[in-house]
Design a protein around this ligand. Structure first.
Ligand code: HAM
Length: 453
C-alpha cells in the first residue's frame, strides 16, 4: 500500500470540521481588522527565499523542498508566506494603491523538510497577515492583538505573548559586533554549523538547535541592550499600544526569530497547554523593514505574523475546548419502497434549496439500519416517509433529542423545520461569543447554537 509521506497529514471527518471552524474564525477576525485575503503560488523561484529569508537560516539551508522544473528553472515549494506576499506586492505595484497600508492575510500550505513530530510537520498549513507600507508602531501592536484575539476567540485562555526588539540597522550592526566579540574566544565550543554562522551571520547562532542549551548561548549579549534611542523609543510605543489594547505581554530578550528579515519588533505567542510538548509556539512574527527593498521593491516598512493551524488545532484538542460546531445535520429522510425513495429524492432537493442540511438513505437498508445511520449523522430530526402518509400529503417527523413525534402536512414542512431549528429545542440563546444572542449560565453555547460559526 502506498502511504502518505512523512510529516504529511490526511485531515478528514471530525478533525476536518474543527479545521473548517478554526478557518471560519480566522476569516471573521480578519474582516473585523480589515485584512483582505491574498492567495499567492505554492512555489516560487528558489532565489526569492534565499534572498528573502536568508541563506544561513535553517529554513533555507536545511529545510526547503527544491527542484528543477522541466524548463530547467530552480523552483522551491514555499516554506513560509511572507516572501511570496512581498514579491506579489512588488510585482503588482500594490504600493501605488491609494489604499495604504496594504493589509493582507493568507491561509495555505507551506513545506519544510523538518524532523516530524507532534506539531511539527513537513507539509504544514499557516495562516498569517502582512501589513505593507506602515512604519507605525500601532501596526506592530495591531498584528499582535489580532493573533491574540483569534486564539482567545477559539477559547485558548492561557497564552503568553513574548516580545522583543532587534532595533534598526544601526542597533543591529552594533549588536552583531558585540556577538562577534563575544563568540570569538569560544568559537571551538560551537558546533560546525555555528562556526559557519559565525562567519556569515552570528545572530543565527542564537537559534541553533544543537548548541541551544550551552552556557555560552544562554549568556550571549541580548539585542535589547544594543538598541539606540530611536529603536528604544519605538519599542516603548509598541508596548504602549499593546497596553491600550489590554494585550498582556512579557519582554523576552531571547526571542530573535529564525528568519533573517526581521528588524525592530519580534514576537512569539506560546500556548500554555499541559502535555503539549516542545512545539508550543502557536505563532510568531515581527517587523521586516528591509525586505521589500532587498527584493527589488520600494523601501517600505512592513510587519506581519504567521501561525500553524495544525498546531493550533492540537492545542484546542489538548485543552478539550468545546467549539460551537454544528456536528449534525438538520434532517435525515427515511423510506422503504421505491415510490417513497423517489419522494425522498424530491424532498431532499427542495429542503436543501431552502437551506437545510439533509441526508437520506442510499443503500436501501432496513428502517432499523436507517435509524442507526440517522444517529451516526447526529440528525436533529428524522422524517419517515411512508406511502400511506404521502398519499394524505403528510409526513411523520421526529425530534431526535426530545423524541417528540408529529404528523404534519407536507405543505408546511419547510416552515415547521425553520421554526423548530431556530427555536428553543436547538439553542436560540447563544453565548458562544460569535453570535449576538444572550449568554447561558456557563458562558458557552454548548455547541447547540445556530449561529453557524
Ligand atoms: P515561523 O516562526 O517560521 O514564521 O512560523 C510561524 C508559525 O508556523 C510557527 O509559530 C508555527 O506555529 C508554524 N510552523 C512553523 N513550522 C512548522 C512546522 N514544521 N510544522 C507545523 N507548524 C509549523 C514565519 O513563517 C514567518 N513568515 C512569520 C511572519 C509573517 N513574519 C512576518 N510576517
Amino acid at each position: 500500500m502506498i502511504q502518505k509521506q512523512k510529516g504529511c497529514n490526511d485531515i478528514y471527518g471530525r478533525e476536518a470540521k474543527i479545521w473548517k471552524y478554526v478557518e471560519s474564525v480566522i476569516d471573521a477576525t480578519m474582516s473585523k481588522y480589515n485584512y483582505t485575503y491574498i492567495r499567492t503560488p505554492l512555489f516560487e523561484a528558489t532565489e526569492l527565499f534565499h534572498r528573502g529569508i536568508g541563506e544561513n537560516t535553517d529554513i533555507v539551508s536545511k529545510e526547503t523542498y527544491d527542484f528543477v522544473d522541466r524548463g530547467g528553472r530552480s523552483i522551491t515549494l514555499r516554506p513560509e508566506g511572507t516572501a511570496g506576499v512581498v514579491r506579489s506586492y512588488i510585482e503588482n505595484k500594490m504600493y501605488g494603491d491609494p489604499n495604504q497600508p496594504v493589509k493582507v492575510y493568507y491561509n495555505g500550505t507551506m513545506y519544510r523538510y523538518e524532523r516530524p513530530q507532534a506539531g511539527r510537520d513537513r507539509e504544514l498549513t499557516q495562516f498569517g497577515v502582512e501589513v505593507l507600507g506602515s512604519d507605525d508602531p500601532l501596526s506592530d501592536a495591531e498584528v499582535i492583538s489580532l493573533a491574540v484575539n483569534i486564539y482567545k476567540m477559539l477559547g485558548l485562555q492561557d497564552i503568553k505573548v513574548w516580545i522583543n526588539s532587534l532595533g534598526d540597522n544601526e542597533s543591529r550592526k552594533n549588536y552583531r559586533e558585540a556577538l562577534v566579540d563575544y563568540f570569538k574566544p569560544h568559537i571551538d565550543e560551537l558546533c560546525d554549523d555555528c562556526k559557519v554562522r559565525f562567519e556569515n551571520n552570528p545572530l543565527r547562532i542564537l537559534d541553533c538547535k544543537v548548541d541551544a542549551s550551552k552556557e555560552i548561548l544562554l549568556n550571549a549579549p541580548k539585542t535589547i541592550d544594543y538598541l539606540n534611542d530611536d529603536s528604544k523609543k519605538r519599542f516603548e510605543e509598541v508596548k504602549d499600544y499593546l497596553d491600550i489594547m489590554q494585550i498582556k505581554y512579557e519582554v523576552n530578550p531571547n526571542i530573535v526569530r529564525g528568519l533573517d528579515y526581521y528588524s525592530h519588533t519580534v514576537f512569539e505567542i506560546e500556548a500554555r497547554v499541559e502535555g503539549f510538548g516542545s512545539n508550543n509556539i502557536l505563532g510568531g512574527g515581527g517587523r521586516y523593514n528591509g525586505l521589500c527593498s532587498q527584493l527589488g521593491g520600494p523601501d517600505v516598512s512592513c510587519v506581519g505574523f504567521a501561525s500553524g493551524i495544525g498546531r493550533l488545532v492540537l492545542a484546542l484538542e489538548k485543552e478539550q475546548i468545546k467549539l460551537p460546531i454544528e456536528w449534525g445535520i438538520d434532517l435525515f429522510l427515511m423510506y422503504v419502497n421505491d415510490e417513497e425513495k423517489k419522494y425522498a429524492t424530491y424532498l431532499a432537493q427542495e429542503l436543501r434549496m431552502a437551506g437545510f442540511s439533509v441526508d437520506t438513505e442510499y443503500t436501501d437498508r432496513s428502517l432499523k439500519s436507517q435509524f442507526k445511520q440517522a444517529e451516526r449523522l447526529e440528525a436533529k430530526y428524522i422524517a419517515v416517509l411512508n406511502s400511506k402518509d404521502l398519499n394524505n400529503n403528510e409526513v411523520s417527523i421526529k425530534n431526535t433529542k426530545t423524541k417528540e413525534e408529529e404528523i404534519i402536512s407536507l405543505d408546511v414542512l419547510i416552515y415547521y423545520l425553520d421554526e423548530k431549528l431556530s427555536g428553543d429545542d436547538y439553542g436560540d440563546e447563544c453565548l458562544c461569543g460569535h453570535c449576538h444572542d444572550e449568554e447561558e449560565s456557563d458562558g458557552s453555547c454548548g455547541g447547540d447554537c445556530h449561529c453557524h460559526h
